[in-house]
Design a protein around this ligand. Structure first.
Ligand SMILES: [Zn+2]
Length: 283
């Protein structure tokens, strides 16, 4: 399936309501569920009427000098100095309502994702590979192994019908790791040449908190889970670690080095920083 098809599919799916649908071009703001009218006010909350919506919030008085807004799983929390009146606080909320509703929707989407059941490892399961979903196809074929059909974006895994979920996971993980070795080696060669550096060795890591590392003597480690991301994000980590062979720090010279080979590195950096861990399949 092409990127375009995926996009169309997403657009056509009425359940896939994006934030752009909610906040794209119009000034209409759809109410998050916490603003459904005529529900009892939760304990410790205040209720503010905004146009035709109810917005419940918690008010905390503090020594701070300005009014602060925070959105968490309990909704909106407002922190305000003791001398500010409720009317002033509610005027401040009203002036920030677009931002508040957008953040509340984002928060709600995150909690919904957290509640989603974990991926089921079976025929038809999907997982991200180089930034796009691929479908796992399990068949009891005579040739043991894993074969990727790039045109169909299907990963064919040969396993007997009696195979366990763990066996399927292991096969897919093994394939992703061999792909990681191949792709990372290619990208390392490209960026090492661009940067005019050479590295001593490269190995895969599976650290949960780190995408890559580089030692002063040129040993590079890259997380195989990067294979879930689009190539520009992988290139950023590759260029980042190789740039350490010129600048063993994160100073301005270091970032200038990364930028010299990857001008739009900030986009990739942000994508990796903002990714939701629960989006990645668990092996
Ligand atoms: Zn670094």
């Amino acid at each position: 399936m092409s990127l375009k098809q995926l996009f169309k599919k997403k657009q056509a799916d009425p359940n896939q309501l994006t934030l752009d649908d909610l906040f794209g071009q119009t000034s209409d703001v759809s109410p998050p569920p916490s603003t459904v009218p005529d529900t009892p006010i939760p304990p410790g909350h205040r209720r503010l009427r905004l146009d035709n919506l109810n917005l419940d919030y918690r008010l905390l008085r503090s020594k701070r000098k300005t009014i602060g807004f925070l959105i968490d799983d309990d909704g909106l929390r407002v922190t305000a100095p003791r001398w500010v009146t409720v009317a002033e606080i509610e005027a401040a909320i009203a002036s920030k309502q677009q931002w508040i509703f957008r953040k509340m929707n984002e928060q709600r989407e995150r909690s919904v994702r957290r509640l989603q059941p974990p991926m089921e490892w079976r025929d038809g399961a999907t997982l991200p590979y180089l930034g796009l979903d691929i479908t796992v196809r399990v068949a009891d074929a005579s040739n043991a192994g894993v074969r990727f059909d790039e045109a169909a974006r299907e990963l064919h895994v040969s396993l007997p019908a009696s195979a366990s979920e763990q066996q399927l996971k292991d096969r897919v993980q093994g394939w992703l790791q061999s792909e990681a070795k191949r792709v990372f080696a290619e990208r390392l060669a490209i960026y090492a040449e661009k940067l005019g550096v050479s590295f001593r060795s490269f190995a895969l890591s599976s650290a949960s908190t780190q995408w890559g590392s580089c030692t002063a003597d040129g040993r590079i480690r890259l997380n195989w889970r990067l294979m879930h991301f689009a190539l520009p994000n992988i290139d950023y980590v590759v260029a980042h670690e190789l740039s350490h062979l010129r600048e063993m720090n994160h100073g301005p010279q270091f970032w200038a080095t990364v930028q010299s080979v990857l001008p739009e590195f900030e986009t990739a950096r942000k994508a990796l920083r903002d990714h939701e861990p629960e989006f990645l399949p668990k092996f």
